[in-house]
Design a protein around this ligand. Structure first.
Ligand code: PXP
Length: 238
């Protein structure tokens, strides 16, 4: 069974559109958990375009809600994470002008900073993950950095599947990456751009232990309700 992390960033996007408190983030997290999510994922971006510091503060008080905090690799974010003590941290690259997280981390360039931050988080018993492109070299570096998990950026393969382009080469590469990561003791997660079809294809890979899905879940829930969307993903995750 693959764990399902529901990313509720875009509940905050909707709330922020009015500048008030509806839809409420804590209620969304509780509702999503009640309806079968295994964890809640939030990305506290540098520009705070969706999730705000106060959302993290409020959610952190509820220890029954496992929080996966996505964050950039810098001292300011590290201090925020150490204070909030989420169950999990996934370090992601961040560019202020991008629409979403458009690729994996540059591990080579940021090796020392990542290693230092991951080390501190590991010592605090926060599960650590690195959001990476599906490349063997990046998996090797993730291990050297000391992360416990990797999250494979599935944006490229998802785009190809959705636009009915050939994706077999990408899938073969992801399979090889998953097997290699597993063999060297890294837990494998996957996320970005996933919908029912792409998640179903990737759910066949037994090495993948967790999906983190946001935009599609929130978007689709407009039509059928978030409880039904989660139910459908849980079936895929089985
Ligand atoms: N995983 C990570 C590390 C992400 O940065 C994101 C996007 O914020 C997701 C998963 C979810 O992607 P999507 O919203 O496309 O499902």
């Amino acid at each position: 069974m693959i764990r399902l992390g529901v990313n509720i960033d875009h509940v905050a996007t909707l709330r922020n559109a009015r500048g008030e408190d509806h839809p409420n983030i804590l209620n969304a997290a509780k509702f999503v958990m009640k309806n079968g999510a295994d964890l809640i994922t939030i990305h506290l971006r540098e520009d705070r375009r969706h999730i705000k510091d106060n959302d993290l503060k409020i959610l952190s008080k509820f220890k029954s809600i496992p929080i996966n905090l996505e964050m950039a690799c810098n001292k300011k974010m590290l201090n925020i994470a150490l204070k909030a003590k989420p169950s999990y941290v996934c370090i992601v690259p961040e560019k202020r002008i991008e629409i979403t997280t458009e690729g994996g981390l540059n591990l080579k360039k940021n090796f020392q900073a990542l290693k230092a931050n991951i080390n501190i988080l590991n010592r605090k018993k926060i599960r650590t993950s690195l959001f990476i492109n599906p490349k063997i070299q990046d998996i090797k570096l993730s291990k050297l950095i000391g992360a416990k998990c990797i999250e494979i950026h599935t944006g490229t393969i998802s785009r190809k599947i959705k636009s009915k382009k050939k994706y077999q080469k990408d899938l073969k590469n992801i399979i090889a990456c998953c097997k290699y990561a597993n063999a060297i003791g890294l837990e494998v997660h996957a996320g970005h751009g996933l919908d029912y079809k792409t998640a179903k294809i990737l759910s066949k890979l037994k090495e993948i232990k967790e999906f983190n899905i946001g935009h599609f879940i929130i978007g689709e829930s407009i039509f059928v309700g978030i409880n039904k969307v989660i139910k459908k993903f849980k079936k895929i995750c089985k």
